[in-house]
Design a protein around this ligand. Sequence first.
Ligand code: CP
Ligand code: NVA
Length: 303
Amino acid sequence: MGNLISICDIKDDVQDILDLAIKIKAGEVEKSPLEGKTLAMIFQKSSTRTRVSFDVGMYQLGGRAIFLSSNDLQMGRGEPIYDTAKVLSRFVDGIMIRAVEHCDVVELAQHSDVPVISGLTNVEHPCQALADVLTIKEHFGTFENKKICFVGDGNNVCNSLLLISPLLGMDMSIACPKGYEPNEHVLRIANEYAKEMNTKITVSDDLNVALDNVDVVYTDVWVSMGDEAEELQRKAALSPYQVDSDLMNLANEGAIFMHCLPAVRDQEVTTAVIDGPNSVVFDQAENRLHAQKAILYYFLKDE
Ligand code: CP
Ligand code: NVA
């Protein structure tokens, strides 16, 4: 039994899960592979895409999902993660959790007898990264000689992209102001993967450097859930990194624009770019469903 908390958990399976997602999207898997299975979905933070795509995904695979707001769970009143893991494992076949603290998801998985899938923590967003690479593969047909640049805050979404890109043979650059670099531990592992796979990772505060020879320009909000208290300083530091048409022009011709959504129009990205012809943000959002159906199939289906 495996868990998906970090892209590192599926280091050797990324390609297989991606191939499965492509097959599932094309309608090439058997009907109702998860018949009779139940997924518990714990949310400690807001969600539109993750919640709806996991719920619909389970339904389409023949199973069902139960939405559990942490405010309503006894966990929200202090029931230990250990007890929650043990109890839920007696009822359901998998647990999806969107948590404030990454370490809480690790603890839940340690004590759970069923697979645990992260739907975002403060450190990573692995399901998003899988949907993103599916979108890139669909758009370009290959990862070979492709380079993705993440612009802005080196956050959870950036961290998962950093780990998955080298595993698929893509170069990645980060354009961020000083103090907003990605997680150091993640960066170290990503660099190990890049070395193994002969790809390149660069981090720079210089947009001209980071956007050199780039095929995918990716950004995310400047103020992630939980960072609200730092809103003013974040806006000040990150405003030179707004993705506008001039920034897009630094990338290769035909470069696409990506964003995990939700977006703040005219903050991290201009309306012209996110609603422009090179934006694939809604394909990306749709691919959450297909990628997660592959994840659910992979982790929950009986042998
Ligand atoms: N991208 C993403 O995870 O969206 P939600 O917060 O709406 O789930
Ligand atoms: N970085 C954002 C992603 C939301 C899907 C956040 O954590 O709020």
